[in-house]
Design a binder for this molecule. Structure first.
Ligand code: GDP
Ligand code: MN
Length: 395
């Protein structure tokens, strides 16, 4: 789960990190009020789950309360990389030119099977850019998850990164950042920029904080921070049904299967057949007709989907239950796109009999998954091609 800047800052504050003062606003009037309360220049900052807000026009320095109001008006409602800004953080501005901008962060690092602390004197800008162009400017240090980051290790990293200022204070901030990351099961915590003022004191101006979704049961106090509007509407609907569903970009074949492994395979098979999967959908083991019905309904709603590939290996899942669910969707007028299925195993013959009875060209069964996927891919691609010709004609 990705946190907003103001939420990540709240956690860092709880761990004793020196964080720039700020308050959240939802209207330009609130923005102006906060600026008046501070009696100082402020920065108005879009709260959306993407990086690079500054470059996208979502972070604006505001010298007066009226300017803050104006910037609030501009930023609230703004679209940043497909996300609408509903909230801004209004921070008490610092004089960046009177100090330096550094970077510190900690991530779960598969390569070292542990956490890696990163530090760079090249903060403020895109750290990804630094990593790509001048990787030697980022210090990497493996952190033991049992002991955590110890102060002497943090000081050594600060020195190696070439940090100037009060190195004890900066190292202390690294230790606190790592404590927050470990305690909150974070997969990523960054402070960028880490501003160090003329007296050498560090201050966190921005943070990215992401918590491992699989650890959310240990952080029930943060459950309210999960925001549904940030997810795809179909993913929200899928979570209501309890499906493991992921919407995929640029796809045209809806995919559903029983089990994560078979669905992953199905995505590969669709790709190999020359089309692109529009989603991942695992209906789980032992699904009854109603679950299949809901799954077909969900995938059919996706306007990207031009054909559906169903891949079931019947063990505890009965093929006839799958067939019943698909047939009911057809009868209810929900199913309007071709379904190409491979259902093998338990009750396969019963499923075949049920489908033969319905005898609809929209639902076809194939003896193996390659044939079913190839057919779905062919039809989806034909429909996509027809649709794109239509849009060209309309222009
Ligand atoms: P990001 O673009 O999403 O990473 O958002 P940041 O919070 O990092 O802000 C982008 C840039 O705005 C920073 O790199 C700073 O240069 C600048 N900035 C942020 N806070 C302040 C501030 O208090 N004063 C000044 N002068 N600039 C700031
Ligand atoms: Mn930043």
């Amino acid at each position: 789960m990705k946190l907003h800047e103001y939420q990540g800052k709240e956690i860092l504050r709880q761990f004793g990190v020196n964080v720039q003062e700020g308050r959240v606003a939802k209207t330009p009037d609130e923005v102006r009020q906060i600026a008046r309360d501070y009696g100082d220049a402020v920065v108005v900052k879009a709260q959306v789950h993407v990086g690079g807000r500054g470059k996208a026009g979502g972070v604006k320095f505001s010298p007066t309360p009226d300017k803050a109001y104006e910037n609030g008006e501009k930023i609230l409602g703004m679209d940043i990389k497909g996300l609408t800004v509903n909230k801004v953080l209004v921070t008490r501005a610092v004089d960046i030119d009177a100090g330096v901008e550094y970077y510190i962060g900690m991530i779960v690092d598969r390569n070292v099977q542990s956490f890696t602390l990163m530090a760079s004197a090249e903060g403020g800008v895109d750290i990804e850019e630094v990593a790509a162009e001048t990787p030697e400017k980022i210090v990497h240090y493996r952190v033991d998850p049992i002991t955590g980051l110890r102060p002497y290790e943090a000081r050594a990293v600060a020195i190696q990164a070439g940090f100037k200022g009060n190195l004890n204070k900066i190292a202390d901030m690294m230790v606190k950042l790592s404590q927050a990351a470990l305690a909150r099961d974070a997969v990523l915590v960054e402070i960028n920029p880490l501003f160090v003022d003329a007296s050498g004191t560090p201050l966190a101006l921005d943070t990215k904080f992401e918590i491992d979704d699989n650890a959310m049961y240990r952080h029930k106090d943060l459950a309210d921070w999960r925001e549904m509007e940030a997810e795809h509407p179909l993913e929200i609907e899928a979570s209501k049904y309890g499906f493991a569903y992921v919407k995929l970009d640029d796809g045209n074949v809806g995919v559903l299967g029983n089990g994560a492994g078979i669905v992953m395979t199905s995505l590969d098979v669709v790709n190999r057949a020359g089309a692109k999967p529009a989603n991942f959908l695992d209906i789980g083991g032992g699904a009854k007709a109603e679950i299949v019905y809901n799954a077909v309904k969900l995938v059919s709603k996706d306007t990207d989907v031009k054909a559906i590939f169903i891949n079931i290996f019947g063990g505890i899942t009965r093929a006839d239950e799958v067939a019943k669910g698909v047939i009911q969707a057809l009868k209810d007028g929900i199913l309007t796109k071709p379904v190409r299925m491979r259902i093998a195993g338990t009750a396969e013959e019963e499923a075949k009999a049920l489908l033969a009875e319905v005898n609809s060209p929209l639902i076809q069964m194939y003896p193996n998954m390659f044939d079913a996927a190839a057919e779905a891919a062919k039809e989806a691609n034909a429909a996509s091609a027809a649709a794109s010709t239509k849009t060209v004609e309309n222009k």
